[in-house]
Structures are given as C-alpha cells and as structure tokens.
Design a protein around this ligand. Structure first.
Ligand code: ZN
Length: 464
C-alpha cells in the first residue's frame, strides 16, 4: 500500500520575546495519538493510502526556537521519514513562522532535509497559518500549501482537509503540483487584517474561486507575521497549480490586488494609547468594557509581564470593579501563596495596601491546568497573577482563577483583539496600543533584517 507520512510541528516565533519555548511548551503526541489533533487520516485512508503517523509538536507562540529544542522534534520527524523512504506523500501541519536560532525558517530547513531522502516524485503538502512568513524558496521543496482563509482563525480543520484532499488529488492524477511564492512588500498591523471585512473578504472569495479550477490545487493569501526580524518577514500570495506558469500568473494577479489594498486597513475598534484607554474605560457608560493590552499579547509570544495598565488603574483608583487578568509573575504568586483569602498585606512591588482575593489555577492553552494563580485586590482593582504565562481567552480562564468575570465593569486582558469566546461579555472593546514584544506599531519594532523597501516604512511604487 502506498504510504503518506503525517506530522505537525509548530511554534509561531517572536524575535522580541524573551521566553524561548521549552519542551513543556509543546503539546506533544506520537504515533496514532497525533490524530487526536489532526483530522486528515480519513481522507488518506478512504483514498486507499496507508497513513504513517510521526509526531504532533505544537507550542504556544514564544521567542525564537533554540537549536536544541528544534532538533529534538526535527529528528523525530526525520526518523519517520528515514524509515519510510518509499512514501509517496508527506503531509505536515506547520504554522509557517517558526524562526530557529542560527538556522532561520524552521519549516524550510525541515523540508530541505525531507527532500534529501524521499523520492523526487514524492508530493509534499502542508497546511499553514494565514500569518505565515513564506520564503520564496519554499516552492523548490514543497508542492502544496493550504493557508487558513480566516482571521481570526476558525478554519484550521477545513485547511487541513483541503491540503489532504489536494495531496490525494495530486497522487491519484500523477500531477506534481508546482508551488509559486510571490512576496508582497507590506507588513501591516495583524490586528487590522480581518477576513470577515472588506477588502480581504472579497480577496479570500477570489482564492476560493481559483480553487474551483481543476488545474489549481490551492490559492492563498498570507498576511505575514511582523514580530520576526527575518528576511522572509512579509505578506505573500502562494498558488499551487499543474504548471509553474499558471501558478505564477495567478499568484501575481492576487499579489497586485492585495498590494492595492494596503492603505485601507484600519482598526475597526477603538485603538488608543494605554492612558486614553484607561480614561475611556473609567468614563464609559457601557455595562462591561474590555481593554486588550496588545503590546503584551501572550497569544502573539509576549511574556505577559507588563504591569503598565495595572499601574494606570491603581493610580486612577476607579469606582468601578476592575480586573487585570493574566499577569505573568512567578515570584508574586509563590511569594503570596501561603497567605489566606481575605488576608491584608503591604504589596511592596506597587507600594500599596492590598488584600488576597482568591487562590486559583491557570487553565492552559490546551485546556489543561498548568500552574497556580493568585488574585490580589487593591481598592476596586483586582489583579490576577499567574505563575506561568497564560492567555485569558475565555470565561473558563477566569473561572479557574476563581474570579467572577461577570462581577466586573472593566476587564483588562493580554490579547490583541478579543477572542470570540469573550465577545459576548464585552459591551465595548478598547485596543490599547501598548509597548512590548507584540507591539503593533511597526516603526517601534525596529526590524533590521526585513526586505526593504517595505510598506509602510518606505514610500515606493511596486508591481508583482
Ligand atoms: Zn495566525
């Protein structure tokens, strides 16, 4: 039976983030267990292929990946490949923005290694995040990539299935698709690029139309990930088709259309500096107002350690019940852990009298408990400190921390835009343009290695 190797290896990197991923940061499965997470198995099996599972190693966004950690997982995938050199297909679920110290693109490196071993006819298909930074060389090593078509992402499963079906189609027809990458020299605030809104809505619809063509295996827009300082950091269009000419023609057309939209992306929500957000939240008449601390967005790789907005609220001493959730601070959690709920103490770190409100747990990215949290009250302001980096993306995170989300009028979380799960609780959303590893102000990121000219840093004409 003809074999298809299946794996997933992801870590969205952030060059400014200090915390590098450790083994504990990766959700990991091996062998058949990878299909607890990947949905492609049935597609391959029902088409008559034997599935060879390798590993699933997926980390929270973090700093760049060290070589040690990278090779720990890379070697396991390569072992599967070496044991199955006769595989006719390889499917990998990547993020597409994994930056490895001294190596560069982790995806590209792995693809090169796989290509050295598998037969030249082997078809390699991938799924990637819409924020992938695609290297032009990718087309030399892989045949198909299917990027998410939604931001915020809701089509991870569909994108796996599209890449799996495209792989089966290539193998069944004997066509070896050509993948063409066209860079688009813009780097925009990720949080302004939403596929539910125009013009991206129509551009995505256009890629779907192209995919109806029998000769087109996939058509994609990649919006880039501005937090990696690397040569391949920018947007791109990637098309996979029967011939390179066809792929190139469509990719260039899409690239010119995407480029033409570059100056229309604006925040659809109130985006202001932290001081203004705090002021507006305090004065706002809405029932519950959320502020997102976008510069310290843990879902984009930032540490979540910033207390800038907490300090603003402490200084403002608001009349409204306020919660600042998910401040990473190992020492505070463990230093206060033995104190009882209701116990008063002097909080030296902030120079204020405070009270322990509650002890709790951190609900991790993978819905498992990953550590302890402690909530401290200062007047009407409650601050939730967590031992390890956390992301308060849903009500469940507040529940596990033992704080009542519904009891607050103002809630601060370390996100970019609010996750859909929190939207029902937000009567108003303020996007704080704060500083930090996930700062959205491109000029402040000070990227040195990116290609120039780059919009909006430079003024120039461009055509694909
Ligand atoms: Zn993404």
């Amino acid at each position: 039976m003809k074999k298809i190797i299946v794996a997933a290896f992801q870590c969205e990197s952030n060059s400014k983030a200090r915390l590098k991923p450790t083994k504990e940061d990766f959700e990991y499965f091996k062998g058949e267990d990878i299909f607890k997470k990947l949905v492609v198995k049935d597609v391959f099996e029902s088409a008559g292929y034997k599935v060879v599972p390798s590993i699933y190693a997926v980390a929270l966004p973090s700093g760049t990946v060290t070589e040690d950690i990278y090779f720990y997982y890379e070697k396991q995938i390569m072992q599967t490949v070496r044991e199955n050199t006769d595989a006719v297909g390889v499917y990998i679920f990547f993020h597409g923005s994994m930056e490895v110290d001294n190596i560069g693109s982790g995806e590209l490196y792995l693809l090169k290694e796989i290509r050295k071993i598998v037969s030249p006819d082997c078809v390699i298909s991938m799924t990637m995040d819409a924020h992938a930074n695609i290297t032009a060389e990718l087309g030399e090593y892989a045949n198909i990539t299917c990027g998410f078509k939604t931001v915020p992402h809701t089509d991870q499963k569909e994108s796996q299935l599209r890449a799996a079906h495209a792989l089966v189609k290539a193998l069944d027809t004997g066509v070896k698709p050509r993948l063409f990458v066209q860079y688009v020299p813009f780097l925009l605030k990720n949080d302004t690029l939403l596929t539910g809104e125009e013009p991206l809505k129509s551009l995505i619809a256009e890629t779907v139309e192209y995919e109806k063509d029998e000769e087109v295996f996939s058509a994609n827009l990649f919006l880039g990930h501005c937090w990696i300082d690397a040569v391949n950091t920018c947007a791109s269009t990637v098309v996979c088709a029967d011939t390179e000419e066809k792929a190139e023609k469509i990719a260039k057309k899409l690239a010119n259309e995407l480029w033409a939209t570059r100056d229309v992306y604006k925040f659809k929500i109130e985006a202001e500096d932290p001081e203004e957000c705090v002021k507006r939240a305090i004065e706002g008449k809405e029932n519950r107002i959320f502020i997102t601390d976008s510069g310290d967005n843990t879902t984009a790789g930032a540490e979540g350690e910033s207390v800038e907005i907490l300090k603003l609220f402490l200084a403002a001493d608001p009349k409204k019940k306020t919660c600042v959730a998910g401040i990473t601070d190992y020492d505070t959690v463990n230093g206060l852990w033995e104190k009882k709920d209701g116990e008063e103490f002097f909080f030296e770190k902030f120079g204020v009298n405070a009270k322990i409100k509650s002890h709790g747990e951190i609900l991790g990215w993978t819905k498992e408990i990953i550590g302890k949290s402690i909530t401290v009250s200062v007047g009407n302001v409650d601050a939730v400190f967590t031992e390890y980096r956390s992301a308060f993306i849903e009500k469940g995170n507040f529940d596990k921390a033992n704080v009542d989300l519904l009891g607050y009028k103002i809630v601060v979380v370390k996100l970019g835009y609010l996750f859909t799960e929190l939207k029902p609780y937000a009567d108003r959303e303020l996007f704080a343009l704060s500083d930090g590893a996930s700062c959205v102000e491109l000029k402040r990121l000070n990227l040195k290695k990116i290609m120039r000219p780059m919009y909006p840093l430079d003024e120039f004409e461009w055509k694909a």
